[in-house]
Design a protein around this ligand. Sequence first.
Ligand code: SF4
Length: 173
Amino acid sequence: MLDKLINWSRVKSPWICHLNTGGCNGCDIEVVASLTPRFDLERFGILIKGTPRHADVLVATGAMTRQIWTRARRIYDQTPEPKFVLAVGSCACSGGVFRGCYNVLGGIDTVMPVNVYVPGCPPRPDAIIFGVLKLLSSLDPKIAKLVEELERKGYGKDIEVKGLTDHGSRKRD
Ligand code: SF4
């Protein structure tokens, strides 16, 4: 019963913390746009928080750089369990255009497990919202049904979900 209540509150009101590890800010503008009334991410109960300690989901943008990785890992560790990570943009997914640079380790998953990858340079706000829905669909069968229906119509085919447990960080260097 308590588990059901906790799951219900988590699905109805996931709080997110936005983390930029070194991107060009293009993806950040799209994340902010998805929170504006035009795209209205808040209709799913999603609130942006200024601290990882109050967040359920880390929305990470940008490639993982050598300068930031220890701090990014600390932010991940400060987020309470169960926590989820959404990699937004090609840089966050794989290093993108910065991949191979001397100061870039790769994508976000070089230092923390990623649950959902939303590629694009930058991805549109609707792709980001669809990524969040895909994440929530693993917790709520009603959302899973909605996502299935949207996928049948051709939405979000390139958004990859690693699931809630089936993930692991890639080795650094
Ligand atoms: S994916 Fe594109 S828009 Fe996003 S941070 Fe990288 S270069 Fe910028």
